[in-house]
Design a protein around this ligand. Structure first.
Ligand SMILES: NC(=O)C1=CN([C@@H]2O[C@H](COP(=O)(O)OP(=O)(O)OC[C@H]3O[C@@H](n4cnc5c(N)ncnc54)[C@H](O)[C@@H]3O)[C@@H](O)[C@H]2O)[C@H](O)CC1
Ligand SMILES: [K+]
Length: 515
């Protein structure tokens, strides 16, 4: 699914009404009907008080349509107009009259704090104050209203976007944003739904189809691409009957130091589980017995040093290399990385201490082979690209870094974002249970294993992140978040493959992706 900017959505809006020869008011009615049907399916006629707070723009207009439809269906609805300005939009005014025609009285007008209603904890609050047309930070009594609603224990349903949040601009004042329990967004989710500073205000969301022009949606270059199951299915490379282990390549995992050999074990295992034909682990001497016993399928090459890697020399011809997991920061290791980075023709995944070594020895940056995949968590990213002012600034810096060094950046987080040149790919799988030691080592092994099978660097990253997250979701369905260990994620890579093409009723538990 594509993620568009607010400007692009207004453009889509315009093109849709022209091409479909409908009025903007009809489009608003469609949007309101979608919200009504969503809510009606869940409430099923329950007489719970529904308090709809409408701004004076088209987001408010959507709220008025919803209010009218709910009233017509016998729901217990109170509609408020948050009268922050006299510049009411045309479609707001139209629907303001329409709701009056049904109720025979105007909605309740709010002009200040004195008008804040009492809200019961069992009520439902619908937030239709501001949508993607927010053009400044909410202030004065409107900000106080948002805070007042946030303090309420009532369920808060945001229409299109929680009021106070921009679709694709940084947060200005986190005290002036509605904290929704659920967001119903039109057509496609907005970029701010996926970034750490703004996503918590959205909670869960559903994207409601309102029939915007398909040609526009298909041909317009989006701000970002959302990666869910349909996209992952397209990335998957099927196997042929006469393929053999050579077809799936030879992954080399260069990892581990004394006390951190487990990182090498996890990456090696996950490279196998994602389908590499052969995997060799390159470890310091102290890792030899551990690797040979825990992963007998793997071949092992050892460094001349006992406890760390000092010289990366091998006489195999790997089809992909993953380096850095549990590597440590010994000076000799830095020198070894320098030599490794001269091998420009083997696809490379660079993680953990290899990234930290690069951050501390910036001359290594210049040596990075083109199209290498870097997999930093936020701390490692900061050391690589410097501090950022906000999430949007972070993405701009990451794009510049990717462009300058010609590398793929996989920024790990609740929604892992893969950055390649100026393009963003946002992953939808994964869960808080995966915030556990070794989870990153597993991901590096997955991406290396995919590279070894011939997936290109971008596909291996985006598909690998999806599969790793999906395996984590399946693990969470079996054991809950808290108990998950990285090994459980790796063990479920097989289920993630099966799930990729399973029919809906066959999917393993917890199949709902985050969207
Ligand atoms: N294509 C679609 O996605 C559709 C979207 N719909 C809905 O329309 C809104 C966007 O409506 P718009 O009128 O452009 O903007 P808003 O309702 O968000 O509000 C604009 C309104 O409020 C004023 N304003 C902005 N910021 C502030 C502020 N901080 N304080 C006070 N006033 C503010 C601004 O000047 C305007 O007057 C979209 O989100 C959807 O909900 C359609 O219904 C269907 C098609
Ligand atoms: K809203």
């Amino acid at each position: 699914m594509k993620i568009f900017s607010a400007e692009q959505l207004y453009e889509a809006d315009k093109i849709t009404v022209e091409k479909q020869e409908i009025t903007t008011e009809a489009l608003m009615e469609r949007a309101g009907i979608q919200i009504f049907q969503w809510l009606n399916r869940r409430l099923n006629g329950a007489p719970v008080p529904i308090r709809i707070f409408c701004g004076i723009g088209n987001n408010g207009g959507d709220g008025l349509v919803l209010g009218r439809l709910m009233i017509e269906h016998g729901y217990n609805v109170i509609v408020y107009v948050v009268n922050c300005s006299d510049k009411r939009s045309k479609n707001f005014l139209l629907n303001y009259d329409r709701i009056k025609n049904v109720t025979k009285k105007w909605p309740t007008l709010m002009k200040g704090e004195a008008d804040f209603p009492e809200i019961g904890s069992e009520d439902i609050i619908v937030d239709a104050i501001f949508g993607i047309g927010l053009n400044r930070c909410p202030g004065g009594w409107v900000k106080k209203l948002i805070q007042y609603l946030n303090e309420s224990k009532a369920f808060k349903l945001a229409i299109d976007i929680p009021s106070g949040l921009y679709a694709n601009l940084p947060l200005e004042d986190k005290e002036a944003v509605l904290k929704a329990n659920h967001t119903l967004t039109f057509q496609t989710p907005k970029l701010s739904f996926f970034l750490p500073e703004t996503a918590p205000f959205v909670s869960n969301f559903d994207a409601l189809e309102i029939g915007l022009d398909i040609e526009f949606l298909q041909t317009t270059e989006p701000l970002a691409q959302l990666i869910s199951k349909p996209e992952a299915q397209r990335f998957y490379k099927p196997r042929e009957k006469f393929d053999h282990k050579g077809t799936y390549g030879h992954a080399l995992i260069i990892a581990g130091s004394y006390g951190k050999i487990g990182a090498a074990v996890l990456s090696t295992t996950s490279a196998f589980r994602i389908g590499a034909g052969m995997v060799t682990a390159f470890v310091p001497k102290c890792g030899y017995n551990i690797l040979q016993t825990t992963v007998p399928e793997a071949m092992v090459i050892t460094d001349k040093e006992e406890e760390f890697i000092s010289e990366i020399a091998f006489d195999i011809e790997p089809s992909a290399i993953g380096v850095g997991m549990g590597l440590g920061k010994n000076k000799a290791t830095v020198a070894a990385l320098k030599v490794l980075f001269q091998k420009k023709d083997i696809p490379l995944v660079i993680d953990a201490d290899a990234l930290n070594n690069i951050s501390e020895n910036k001359d290594l940056l210049k040596l990075l082979p083109k199209n290498s995949v870097l997999t930093p968590h936020p701390g490692e990213l900061k050391r690589l690209i410097g501090e950022w002012k906000n999430d949007y600034d972070k993405l701009e810096k990451a794009k510049k870094f990717s462009e300058k060094h010609e590398v793929v950046l996989v920024i790990k987080g609740a929604y892992t974002i893969t950055v390649f040149s100026n393009k963003l790919y946002i992953n939808t799988t994964g869960n808080p249970g995966m915030g556990t030691a070794g989870s990153g080592d597993a991901l590096s092994g997955v991406i290396t294993g995919l590279l070894s099978q011939g997936y290109d660097q971008l596909l291996a990253s985006v598909f690998g992140v999806y599969m790793h997250g999906r395996a984590g979701d399946i693990a969470a369905g079996q054991m809950g978040y808290e108990a998950i260990m990285a090994g459980d994620v790796i063990d479920n890579l097989s289920e993630a493959y099966i799930d990729l093409f399973a029919r809906e009723e066959e999917t393993t538990n917890n199949s709902a992706e985050k969207s």
